[in-house]
Design a protein around this ligand. Sequence first.
Ligand code: SF4
Length: 688
Amino acid sequence: MEQTVRTTCAYCGVGCGISATPTGPRSVVIKGDEAHPANGGRLCSKGTHLGETMGLTGRLLHPMIGAKRASWDKALDLVAKRFKETIDRYGADSVAFYVSGQLMTEDYYVANKFMKGFIGSANIDTNSRLCMSSAVAGHNRAFGEDIVPATYGDLEEADLIVLVGSNTAWCHPIVYQRIQAARAVRGTKLVVIDPRRTETCEGADLHLAVKPGTDVALMNGLLAWCDAEGTTDLDWLADHVNAPEGFWEHIRTGHDLWTTAATCDVEPALLKQFFELFAATPRTVTLFSQGINQSIRGTDQVNAIINVHLATGRIGKPGAAPFSITGQPNAMGGREVGGLASTLAAHMDFAPENVARVGRFWAAPTMATKPGLKAVDLFRAIHEGRIKALWIMATNPAVSLPDAGRVREALESIPFLVVSDIMADTDSSTYAHVRLPAAGWGEKDGTVTNSDRTVSRQRPFLALPGEVKPDWWIVKEVARRMGWRNAFAYDRPADIWREHARLTAYQNDGQRVLNLRVQATIGNDAYDAMQPFRWGDRPFADGRFPTPDGKARLVLTKQMDIQAPLKTWPMTLNTGRYRDQWHTMSRTGLSPKLARHREEPLVEIHPADAAALGIIDRDLARVHTAQGNSIFRVSVSGAQRPGEIFTPIHWTDQMSSGGRTGLLPRPLVDPHSGQPGFKSTPASVERV
Ligand code: SF4
């Protein structure tokens, strides 16, 4: 393996292409792939330093039963036996998988087929639930299907880009670089809507530091402005969009500029500037991310954004679309195979005809007939003893789920826990009865889909170390041991890819079928050589949507009353990422260069709040919420709004006794998507 291998970055949903040239058994030179459409050779700091993360320190290299090394046969036999016994005794819904946007599409497909078609439960959810499930629910409500109607190329064809709830400069750096490059060429205007003044705001024409959780009011106010100014496209609306009864009366009442400015706590003059700019710019992309999705009103916030685009006809055209960008490298591939507990393959839901269609295709003995438990509910069910066996793949819920202390209690109490992971000891695998060593980046072989629907190959350039195996292989071996040998007779990822494409095309007259049929018969060599591609053309370019009458739907959204500060919890806690770290740092934590950006977890607090609490910069402070508390180093920062604090999500018990953000948020979720609200937890701060 000494030749340069074209693969895809391990980290975020930008999905940058990488050229990897191995220089030894575990060393590699990393460069951006100039031919990849997502990045054209650019890489951010995380991608650039991937080569520093190839070592085997901390890797899980052999199957383990308890603290003892075991053979693969013994470990897989035990997993199959315990899952079968549990299902026989308590039923299919007594077991669950919790998977990850780090998996390849092929891994995701096999795990979903196993659980939904053969075990007969839909209790398979993914950490992508924490990332973009509100966008999925919003797309389904508006378009009738989970379709992202934009590409990165639209950013280069827009005259205005609105970033809502997204620190793009840190969290999707190459997208931000593309935006800045487009601005230099085209003069594109940039508006950032974010309660924090982040690095993304530094390059913007306008920053609206809105009060957290007021995005519905803001977008409804914008729509009211467009309606009053005649920017709404009445012909387009009549032909292509349905509005629910009372929609326009609702928008025209209480959404004037001054009321909206007061609700959002921004200067009316700044708000007017934004509204005028939006109304005057047909080529507008509104890009949104976790600041919108990670809210107990996330789906309404997504739909409030989509409403504005539908009503002004800014969709299905170059440079005009609402654009949800995902956090993880393969959240979108997971969506395509039905990786959420609430979906079936090919973006289908659990309507009886869809269940029957997928069941026919798989020749499934026991199809799940209803959605399964979503992440937060799943771990609540474990805590309550309703789930008896759990398999966690490539994720660390003891750190990343809200109310992580309770998640730990759940993992400690479950009768049988399997964790497949690249790392030997994680906060979650501490509780595992069986640990299975999984392939990591550079060893994996499969496909991923990025935020703009580009499918790319992740190719291996390192030998599998120790007894490590790919996730798809581990899952199929358990399925075969449970009696389904023929249905899981895969020898290579290409076998799974072809089946995924065949299922998506099966009894499907959608626009993507021609492309699907090509992929369904692709040869092994052609799969290996696959170039980045999208399944279909620009969605909705013909003005038709995948609803029964072909029309999109406006959704009536109301701003929820913002909770006044409570005496016990006078602050609002917001959480998010650092530029140079990823998730729980199992990979980025290996890079000394990346660690230099932020050496420890900080709580950022406004100077006035710090002064009132007697706290100065670099002090230690304890952040309390109703769920728990943790200590952070203080950063006094005018980038915060008064009354609001910010902490990073990355640190775990394995690396620090403090900085545990996961202990703090409430396990409250959006009613449509089940996505937890990580962005506005009532909190208090005290100097330590
Ligand atoms: Fe990797 Fe995302 Fe950085 Fe691209 S922007 S190099 S995909 S982390």
